[in-house]
Every structure is written in structure tokens, then in C-alpha cells.
Design a protein around this ligand. Sequence first.
Ligand code: SAH
Ligand code: SF4
Ligand code: F3S
Length: 445
Amino acid sequence: MPTFAFHTYGCQMNVRESEAAARALLDAGHTQAPSEEEADIVIVNTCSVRGKAEDKALGKLGLLCASKRERPGRVVGVMGCMAQRLGEELFKRLPRLDFAIGTRCAERVAPAVEAALQGRSTLALRGPHEQPDAPSGHVVEGFSAFVTILLGCNRRCTYCIVPDVRGDEWSRPAREVLAEVRALAEQGVREVTLLGQSIMNYGLRTPAFDESDPPSPGGYTIPFPRLLEAVAAIPGIERIRFTSGHPAGVNDELIRLFREEPKLCRHLHLPVQSGSDAVLSRMRRGYTREGYLSAVARLREAVPDLALTTDVIVGFPGETEEDFQATRTLMEEAHFDNAFIFKYSPRPGTVSATWEDDVSDEEKARRNQILLEDQDARGTQINEALVGTVQTVLAEGPSLRNKTRWSGRTSGNKIVVFTPPEGLRPGDTLSLTITRAAPQTLYAD
Ligand code: SAH
Ligand code: SF4
Ligand code: F3S
């Protein structure tokens, strides 16, 4: 049987959908190739969130399609957000392409591979309002797994392509989510990360296409904090993470869970995007600087050891030096453990793409660099304060840099490098005293 490889760009949603498609290929009798170069079937899972992400995927696909000249039997396919956005056009740009499968239909990948092996091409896209298919199959390799619980997004931030490429917000039935987690736990999974673009909206909307389902506990839709509790009650599950958050979802119930549910990891990814009210309003984020900082203050007060991470965009249309300084001071006030900083990239079809992209590339790069340096100093300071503390670490396996050492994660999602005791297995937990800190890593020597 031909071997396959996935090349995945973008967020965890994509990692999850690649995994579900891989499961289906394995079930159909294909095997994972030892490397992408050797693979008979290569599938590129794509991201559209910034122009650069698409350029990279198009470059990769160009090379792969060119490789078919020497290897005519090779199958090259594309899936994910860029496939959804460009659809048919991809076949014009890449005449040797075998298939393009959009988002929310990972189950179409395996049939598209079979068709390609018989010389037929496939284009499969799901409309933005159609009921999506949640990725369900897993390739369990370790103790940790992603579970998608909320698909699509209805927020429509003015800069963002995600609602266009991932369609309407749709909460998966709770019983389906819980059955999936139970099955994973039975296969040895101890840590689950629940995924959704604006995940705290889980359960708030009953999808029109399944209104007959009763909204009972364990049934169709239950509020997000209830779902977290139900996942925590599954035997074998030791750690629960979720991403991404939004300040609107930081309610008393969630805060109570962070405080009282030991399985819920002390980490929240809460993208802020900007610290300026003028910019936040033009982004249509649905909160002000004060509203965001008050959510942070409530969290910090109730859960002092909570690690907070964020996403920030620099150079949004009309962002002045003053707006930028407001982002700087907000980041200092919120005292983020880590931050992902992005240069604004206008996306076709979004509201902000109709506004002038008036911050120059050099200025975006300068603002980006300043925030990175601030964050590095802040991260170092936060991590140094952890030296001498005892952390519960879930062991992951040998460290990438030094195979005699292992790495694992704290509840706050920080990487800890340590010398493994005899007989340690991935997924085991251990208590370690932190002896040294770097901006992104802790050491227990
Ligand atoms: N659903 C998540 C974000 C998904 S996109 C959330 O809202 O929390 C991941 C990050 O990409 C966003 O948080 C944002 O910081 C960045 N991003 C989105 N669109 C962008 C654009 N047009 N230009 C630059 N960065 C962008
Ligand atoms: Fe995009 Fe906003 Fe939805 Fe996040 S919440 S995916 S930034 S539209
Ligand atoms: Fe990118 Fe699609 Fe995720 S656009 S960030 S892969 S939802």
C-alpha cells in the first residue's frame, strides 16, 4: 500500500483535522511514510490567517506538484482553510494537484486519496452554513490528545478570515465529546486539550439543525463549565486544557472551576489583540481595555498561580504610536507569561481589508520587535520567580536538545527540563523543584 505524510500549517484545529484524516487513511490500510520525501501521498493542511501562511503553503504545494514529474504516481492534495478559501482556483494555479478538501470535512480526504490513486481529482467544500463534520478519529501515540468541541466562529472580528473559512459556530453534542474523551482515556490518554476558536461560547447556541435534541446534562448542549466538569469526571483523565478564551467567557463559574477543579490546568490563553480602545472597537473585539483587564484581575485574584498567555496584532489599520503604547502598557499590566505577536495582514473579504493598511512594514517590524523584547524580559522575570518552587510535571519524553534529559509541562503549560528517574514513562507525573529559569524554559537539575 502507498505511504502517506501530512504537512500541517496553522492552528491546533488543523493539527486535529490532519490527525482525523490520517486515522481514516490508516483504517483504509495505508501506512505513515518514514518521511515526507519518501511519501507516496502528501497532503498539505493549510492556514489562511495571514498572507504569509498562504504563501508558504502555496510554495510547498508548488514544489510537491513539481516532484510529480519524476514521480508520476505520487498523490498531492491540499486541505484546510486555504483550500476552503481558494477552492477551484487551486487547480488552475497547480495543474498537477490531485485534490482540494475544505474545512470541516476531513472524512472526505481518504476517499479523495482513493480517487487520486485511480487518476481522478476531487474538489470538496462544505458551505459556511452547512452542518460541519467534527473530526473524531484519533491516532493515539502518547498520553495527550486534542478534542474539537466547537467548530466555526460567529464573532467576526473585522480583520479575521476564520469565520469565512470555518463557517458558522457549532457546538458538538456533549455526549459525543464525552464519548470521545472516554474512549481516549481507555487508550491511555491522560491529558486532553479541548479546541474551539471562541471556546467559551460552547453550548450557548443550539444549532438550528438539531433542535429536537434535548439540552440535558450529557445530552446535546450543556454550558462550557459543565462540560469541563463532565470531562474531569472521566476516569483516567488527569489534566484538561482548552483554547482559545475570550474575556466574555470569564464568568464566576469558570473562575470557580479554575480554583476548585484540580484537573483543570492553571493556564488560560486569552487573546487581547490590542490595548487601545479605539483599535479594539475597530477590530470589533467586543470588550474594552478596562473590560479585559478586569477579567484578568478577577482571574488573578481567585487563581494567583494561573498562567496567562495572549495574542497581539501590531500595525492594525490606523494604529498610532499612542495606540501601540497602550498595548505595551496593557501587556505589562496583565503580566502575560507568554505572547504571540503578529504583524497585521489584510485578508481578502474581511472588513478591515477595505481600510488602508497604513502602518508601514518597517513600523510593524519595529513594534513587533519592541513587544517581543518586553515579553522576553517579562517571561524571564516570571520564570525566575518560580525558582525554588515545587511544580507538578507531566513527563513527555526525551528533550529535543539533549536526549539524556527529559522534558515535561507544568499545569501552567511551562516546559521543564529534568533528569529522568529510572523507569519513568511518558505520561507519568512527578514533583520537581525548579532550580533555574530561562525565558521559555524551566530547569530542575
Ligand atoms: N480564535 C482565536 C484566534 C484564531 S487566529 C481567538 O480569537 O482567540 C490566531 C491569531 O491570529 C489571532 O488571535 C490574531 O492575533 C492573529 N490574526 C488573526 N487574523 C490576523 C490578521 N489578519 N493579521 C494578523 N494576525 C491575525
Ligand atoms: Fe477570528 Fe475573532 Fe473568531 Fe478569533 S474570535 S476566530 S479572531 S473572528
Ligand atoms: Fe489558520 Fe484556519 Fe487555524 S486560518 S489559524 S488554520 S482556523
